[in-house]
Design a protein around this ligand. Sequence first.
Ligand code: BEZ
Length: 211
Amino acid sequence: MTLQLGDSAPNFEQKSTIGTVNFYDYLGESWGVLFSHPKDFTPVCTTELGTTAKLKDEFEKRNVKVLALSVDDVQSHEKWVKDINRTQQTQVNFPIIADADRKVSSLYGMIHPKADNTLTVRSVFIIDPSKKIRLYLTYPAATGRNFEEILRVIDGLQLTDSNAVATPANWQQGDEVVILPSIQDPKELETKFPQGFEVVTPYLRYTKLSA
Ligand code: BEZ
């Protein structure tokens, strides 16, 4: 079964670098980022985990819990974490799932046999506090992900969840947003956007949200 946006993220229990993790218990009321790595002791993965560790404060600010996954065992992860900490000058501050039996990778469709029969691709799932999957992306093994982009998407999701707006191309925190095209009633527009808005076409209207 392929997971889709809006589906409930499947719960699981699996070994990790902090002991057995129950995914839902780990997330609690927070947002979650679950991301897979092809293999321990590989260069791209090492930089990705180091980069994520350095973004600890950024994830915390957004109420996000991070959970990494690789298909090696806990012992291997523990040795690898020492390397990551040393080579990336950081401290890995989130658990790494030891998915040696591919239980979680299979549940989340992280193994793409035409790319590799046994190793996981670089998947990212962003999960909201109601445990719904809000973003899913997949990168090939040889391409490292952009973790600033993951933070940007979380910012966009959190903003559009609480305002009747969407974020245009290349949007960054603080930029103008667009008003949802479904809102056309002048009274509703006035109530929701008292700060005003620029009409380019009836469906393309820019507004600024206060910080
Ligand atoms: C890496 O993390 O560097 C990597 C892993 C698998 C294939 C290619 C690169």
